[in-house]
Write a protein that binds this ligand. Sequence first.
Ligand code: TXA
Ligand code: MG
Length: 344
Amino acid sequence: MNNVETKVFRPNEVKAAAKLIQDGQLVAFPTETVYGLGADATNPTAVKNVYLAKGRPSDNPLIVHVADVKTVEKYAQPLDERTKKLIQKFWPGPLTIILPLKEHAFDPVVTGGLKTAAFRMPAKEATLNLITESGVPLVGPSANTSGKPSPTTAQHVQHDLNGKIAGILDAGQTDFGVESTVLDLSVAEPVILRPGAISKDQIESVIGPIMNNHHHVSAEETPKAPGMKYKHYAPSAQVVIVDDASEFEEAINWAKAQKIDFGVMASDVVLNQLKNVPEQAKFSLGEEVKTASHNLFDGLRHFDLQSDVKLILVQGFNKTGIGVAYMNRLEKSAGQTHFHQIKE
Ligand code: TXA
Ligand code: MG
């Protein structure tokens, strides 16, 4: 697996990338959320290599990416009305749906042995073309080393997986920056297993009230979405959340007193007010929660490349709309550490 040449493909070179997929190789692909690590979902050896390349625990199942609804119908039980409505409204787009499968639909390596699978149709033309050209659905976990922030550029993928995968389809930066919403539709009462780019309100506007279940699961529990129990999105430095913009001054004084190098990730308004922080220690999250979601993983990776930075202070946002997904990823990367809890 190591030391293969990782070729970079442009969107007009999809045919060559699809050839690698058909040969059972791994090719990372862009989506509107984050980059995924693609392999033929019908080839168990290729799928096993996805787990190996990422260092991902094998009980954490993968999302199956499709370019048409026909492919979902091939593997899943007949679609019910709410599923059809959601597909109609949000696909292609950042909503992943868990559906009950037909017998022997996929090898257990794809589903983690579950009788369900996660399906998603990504909204990136190059990737839809890649799936269609390959002629098979593609598994696609985020294309990062397991535990690290998800990749939002081809360069992030290269950093983690260069020499371990056959190719990367490069279509520039992703749009949302946080992963898709994972919605379990295999049960009578639909439930959000992972908050994401599509909000609870958006889903409820189509199928009525649904539940939330994205609490932080301990390692001993058996969670519904197995991915929830693992440490995630974590750079080597300790991440500390600063929930209130007015706390930043105090948080920076506290960080300085620790006598360690630190970085600050905040909106432009907040950064401009921080006169006593050197420019190279600042990373802009842009104007508001939407841009912050777009920039979060990039910022964590930016400071992760600077080994002397031991602490990163990151601005919190309200948990509404995409803010729910932003805070979910940020809290995981911080191991729940909020500044107001640790200051004496
Ligand atoms: O935006 C995204 O969803 C990206 C892009 C590349 O499509 N993909 C992504 O995949 O985030 P991954 O593997 O990092 O996250 C998939 C999540 C995991 O938390 C996994 O446990 C859950 O979906 N999952 C997959 N299949 C499942 C199933 N059958 N039942 C419950 N949870 C499932
Ligand atoms: Mg992931």
